[in-house]
Ligand binder design. Structure first.
Ligand code: AMP
Length: 283
């Protein structure tokens, strides 16, 4: 496995391989878990060369405490990536990607950037688009792998690809969960043991709401009842818990035929902000 820290080294390597090998790319912020490794495995399955980046992108953090406390476990990450058979790891310092001016560009992709994560984390998606664009330009992949755990991010990245990287294929992969349903997340390492058990309430609440919506309970009533049943604890602070149309992320107040829906949630569990989502699958 090759590990590069500068764009020059990376591009030198990529330019000597790009003509012979199709490149799959998995951008991450490190503190890797089985969710990340599922993306590496999907890329390895489809491409001769898999590149993973590990970069805690400062411009996508609206909350300085979240940035400071974000887990950083580089040597363990490199071990896991080598074991999984990743070919190339890119771990730049911020200056490598941003120079001396560590700032996000401003983008306007419409409502998808302003609602939900965009509303609760102002500037977050400008930071995401800025860094993903820089990484795509450095790695020049044929395909990129993202997790549907960050569903709204997938929509935003899909817009970036449509507008600026039309030849790049986006693969959106399913969320990997702990056995108890908790979506794997680097931030879970910041939860206490009690909070980890409590946090399974998010998945239970989404499933309960989904069941009731499918049974034609009023959507708002179904969501309120699920929140009351599974998230009624002072450690939880719900930011949003909604059914949305996955085409446009608009709140859905009724189910229409031939549309796709998902339940999305953002909820603080103690000091840690968790997000998750569940597609509404017809039975
Ligand atoms: P992050 O390191 O949190 O920026 O995540 C890097 C990539 O891994 C993103 O595309 C995430 O959506 C994806 N990811 C994070 N958690 C999971 C999970 N539990 N299952 C599948 N993919 C995930």
């Amino acid at each position: 496995m090759f590990v590069f820290t500068t764009v020059n080294e990376l591009q030198h390597f990529i330019s000597s391989h790009a003509s012979k090998h199709r490149i799959g790319f998995v951008p991450t912020m490190g503190a890797l878990h089985a969710g990340h490794l599922s993306l590496i495995n999907a890329s390895k399955h489809n491409h001769e060369l898999t590149v993973c980046s590990i970069f805690v992108n400062p411009t996508q953090f609206n909350n300085p405490i979240d940035l400071e406390k974000y887990p950083r476990t580089l040597s363990q990450d490199l071990k896991l990536l080598a074991e999984t058979g990743c070919d190339v790891v890119f771990t730049p310092e911020p200056e490598q990607l941003y120079g001396s001016d560590i700032q996000a560009q401003i983008y306007d992709y419409g409502e998808i950037m302003n609602s939900f994560e965009g509303a609760f984390r102002p500037g977050h998606f400008n930071g995401v688009i800025t860094v993903v664009k820089k990484l795509f330009e450095a790695v020049k992949p044929d395909a990129a792998y993202f997790g549907s755990k960050d569903l709204q991010q997938c929509m935003v990245v899909s817009q970036l690809i449509k507008r600026e990287f039309p030849n790049l294929k986006l693969h959106i992969m399913p969320t990997i969960r702990e056995e108890n349903g908790l979506a794997m997340s680097s931030r879970n390492t910041r939860l206490s043991d009690t909070e980890k058990i409590l946090a399974t309430g998010l998945y239970k609440a989404m499933n309960n709401a989904a069941e009731n919506i499918k049974n034609e309970v009023d959507i708002n009533a179904a969501i309120n009842a699920a929140a009351y049943k599974y998230l009624n604890n002072p450690l939880f602070k719900i930011e949003y818990f909604n059914l949305i149309n996955t085409e446009n992320f608009n709140v859905a107040n009724a189910i229409q035929p031939n549309c796709n829906y998902a339940i999305i949630i953002a909820c603080w569990c103690g000091e840690v902000r968790l997000i998750d989502n569940l597609p509404l699958v017809e039975t």
